[in-house]
Design a binder for this molecule. Structure first.
Ligand SMILES: Cc1cc2nc3c(=O)[nH]c(=O)nc-3n(C[C@H](O)[C@H](O)[C@H](O)COP(=O)(O)O)c2cc1C
Length: 379
């Protein structure tokens, strides 16, 4: 029986355990280039024992960035700074992954702590960060107070699909071993998938198959650049939580279409299509999105990752052991404790004497434990 600390294989890649670091934007890049911040931020999770470490949402075009601080892979010059990061993660036993993204109508946004509102002249004056025009399947603003995006032409759609393919080639050059495509949380691919944001009447809108076309074409373009033996995942918002939007059954159908295009795993998130107010139907509880991972795993017959409000090792282990997900992604819990996987392994009886720790720490902790026991200071 699988558990949180049993290995998991997708194509030619084996993850040492089922714990993944969920993509977390750092807003620290300059013109899309990674730097020491990204090395330290991601590196600590490899030292903390995660089997998969995803780098944050990484823009496939300059205009596809959400904020001025986003990572990017729209230019070959951006590959070099990522190489030492993937080399470090791999050397420390984690599989290095990257999330490829295009923000669509959510582009040109302020960082969370600056308000997560549209960039305007004030940002240019304060930080030299000018606003730019966002694009979308349909000219519908993300939320009240947001500018109306331009409607993508057929040629522009094809260019963005090609940009996903080119970025995948650069991700390969940079040493990543798994790609996750960001097709959730109201970003461009989700904007195509959801009938709430896609009002097109051409081949890219209307029927479910037409709304899925952009996602499927992105998967195909990536597969053309991404080696056969490396896995490809998609993060989907399983439901929009809004009447008239995407429901789980729609997402099962989308997952099946993606599987046929060479996608191996679905990371099951939800929401984000319209504004920051939480939809009435959305109730947040521990592991509230995990049932989506179970449904997609069963009905689309593919690997799934559960994510969202998970922190308890036993809960995470049960999801794997009961076959409701193949991997577990954590974000905020890992910010709080980058060593969570090592602590979880000990709590679940999957580690003795700090044997999973990097020896530079584990050896000392093992010795300290023995001394503490001998002195009767700790049980
Ligand atoms: C600092 C931070 C940055 C995030 N950036 C991204 C991102 O780049 N891409 C993404 O898909 N989700 C992003 N998320 C969402 C997380 O990946 C995750 O889905 C969400 O936080 C729920 O998981 P949690 O309850 O374990 O934090 C971010 C979350 C945080 C806290």
């Amino acid at each position: 029986m699988a558990d949180l600390f049993s290995p998991f294989t997708l194509r030619g890649v084996t993850f040492a355990n089922r714990v993944a670091v969920s993509p977390m934007s750092q807003y620290r890049a300059r013109e899309g280039h990674a730097n020491d911040w990204h090395m330290v931020h991601l590196g600590r999770f490899a030292l903390g024992g995660a089997g998969l470490v995803y780098a944050e949402a990484t823009a496939v075009t300059r205009d596809g960035r959400r904020t001025h601080g986003d990572l990017g892979l729209w230019d070959d010059a951006q590959i070099g700074a990522l190489r030492p990061i993937t080399a470090f993660l791999s050397a420390e036993g984690a599989v290095p992954g990257i999330q490829l993204s295009h923000a669509g109508r959510k582009a040109s946004e302020r960082r969370p702590w600056d308000g997560e509102t549209p960039v305007d002249a004030e940002d240019e004056a304060l930080r030299g960060e000018a606003p730019w025009t966002a694009c979308a399947p349909s000219p519908l603003p993300y939320a009240e107070g947001w500018p109306t995006p331009t409607e993508l032409s057929e040629g522009e759609i094809r260019d963005i699909i090609a940009a996903f393919g080119a970025a995948a080639g650069r991700a390969r050059e940079a040493g990543f071993k798994i790609i996750e495509v960001y097709a959730a949380h109201g970003f461009l691919i989700h904007q195509f998938l959801s009938p709430l944001s896609n009002h097109r009447t051409d081949a890219w809108g209307g029927s479910a198959e037409n709304r899925q076309r952009f996602a499927v074409e992105v998967a195909r373009a990536i597969r053309a650049q991404w080696p056969e033996d490396l896995p490809l995942a998609f993060r989907l918002s399983a439901t929009d939580w809004i009447d008239g939007g995407l429901e789980v059954a729609d997402t099962v159908a989308a997952a099946r279409a993606l599987k046929a295009a060479g996608v191996d795993m679905i990371d099951c998130s939800s929401g984000g299509i319209g504004g920051k107010d939480r939809p009435r139907r959305m109730t947040i509880t521990e592991g509230f999105q995990a049932p989506f991972a179970a449904t997609l795993r069963e009905e689309a017959e593919m690997a799934t990752m559960a994510v969202g409000f998970l922190w308890d090792p036993k809960t995470c282990n049960t999801l794997i052991a009961e076959g409701r997900a193949d991997m577990i992604a954590l974000a905020r819990e890992l910010l709080d404790d980058p060593n969570w996987p090592l602590h979880a392994a000990a709590a679940l009886g999957a580690d003795e004497n700090h044997g999973r720790w990097p020896i530079e720490a584990g050896w000392w902790l093992m010795k300290r434990d023995r001394l503490l026991q001998k002195l009767g200071l700790r049980g």
